[in-house]
Design a protein around this ligand. Structure first.
Ligand SMILES: [Zn+2]
Length: 341
């Protein structure tokens, strides 16, 4: 492989701690653990974001169990360079580099990172994959674990609803791994908890076990349906790069926008139209899109007397108190899908 490493066993990492294992890697790496039947496979993806080690730790734990699998299991370690940027497991991307979960599905890669992902994508698409699990964590504290899916067909939702208490459908055009693989097989992002927390590590272990059982890698019963709600119709909002944004309990007149300091508490909860969001004099600070299609932020927010409000009933996700993230990947608003079952 030209731009990523590929190993047909995991001996390189066995018995190593997370930091030792990270040091043993040179760059983006894909591992294959051969099973009895090579005509089927699943993929477990970790560290697509370098600051989200829970999936990597679950992977290391799993390989030390030395299990025999009925078919092939691939483990992907995504942004090794970001994770290796000191201090370890604290950088989402390489400083100045790309977000590794926004550069899939690119036809003409333009730099080394995009070329690497494009090569991995071509390789993965050549595999007989039955399922893809991409393990992540998030910055916010006090937010529930949740699962992202591309499609909301019965097979996909069956595992998604067992994996976490909330299921959210991402829109097309994000450039995520699960978007690239979603046409091929059921594909999931599970956000396991707060970055680098013991809870996220435990959750990632449990989700991996459920994934293996659901997709036939391991025998055993999968726990019952957990999620009642499925959230759909995702719209992405980013703060424009030139805007100044702060989070506070009172308006900061020196900033273009002051957002509620407790905005994280709105994540994964039903927000009603008219809910207060912060202070701004115009909506120019906000760029809204559905996938790659720009949409009008004024359909989702309004300003009245210098205050910013939600215009529609919605379910926010990934709202956070962080200027870099608010500009780089932003936050999302969803609609709730009414379930019949
Ligand atoms: Zn992530």
């Amino acid at each position: 492989m030209v731009n990523f490493d590929y190993f047909e066993d995991v001996s390189l990492l066995k018995g190593k701690s997370a930091s030792e294992a990270l040091e043993a890697l040179k760059r983006t790496t894909l591992f294959r653990v051969k099973g009895k039947d090579p005509s089927r496979a699943v993929l477990v993806s970790t560290l697509i974001h370098g600051s989200e080690p829970c999936g990597f730790r679950a992977f290391l734990k799993e390989i030390n169990r030395e299990r025999d699998y009925p078919f092939d299991v691939y483990f992907f370690v995504g942004n090794v360079a970001a994770a290796q940027t000191a201090p370890y497991f604290s950088n989402r991307n390489v400083p100045g580099g790309k977000n590794f979960n926004r550069i899939w599905c690119i036809e003409n890669p333009e730099d080394e990172e995009e070329t690497c992902i494009a090569e991995v994508e071509t390789f993965l698409k050549s595999l007989p994959l039955q399922g893809v699990l991409d393990l992540h964590s998030f910055m916010a504290k006090g937010v529930s674990p949740h699962c992202f899916v591309v499609s909301v067909d019965d097979k996909t939702l069956d595992f998604a609803k067992r994996s976490a208490p909330y299921v959210l459908q991402i829109g097309a055009g994000m450039g995520a791994l699960i978007e690239a693989m979603g046409n091929k097989c059921p594909s999931f992002v599970v956000e396991c908890g707060t970055h680098d927390s013991p809870e996220a590590d435990v959750f990632a272990d449990e989700v991996l076990d459920k994934f293996f059982k659901s997709f036939g890698v391991l025998d055993g019963e999968v726990s019952e349906i957990w999620a009642k709600d499925v959230f759909v119709n995702m719209t992405n909002f980013k703060v424009t790069p030139s805007s100044t944004v702060v989070w506070a309990e009172n308006e900061d007149p020196s900033a273009d926008v002051t957002l509620r300091s407790d905005c994280e508490s709105l994540n994964l909860s039903k927000v009603d139209a008219g809910e207060f969001c912060g202070w701004a004099s115009s909506l120019d600070f906000l760029k809204a899109s559905n996938g790659k299609t720009p949409v009008d932020a004024a359909d989702y927010f309004y300003i009245d007397s210098g205050k910013l409000y939600f215009k529609q009933d919605c379910v926010p996700n990934l709202m956070g108190v962080n200027e870099f993230v608010s500009k780089e990947s932003g936050f999302y608003l969803f609609d709730k899908k009414e379930e019949t079952a």
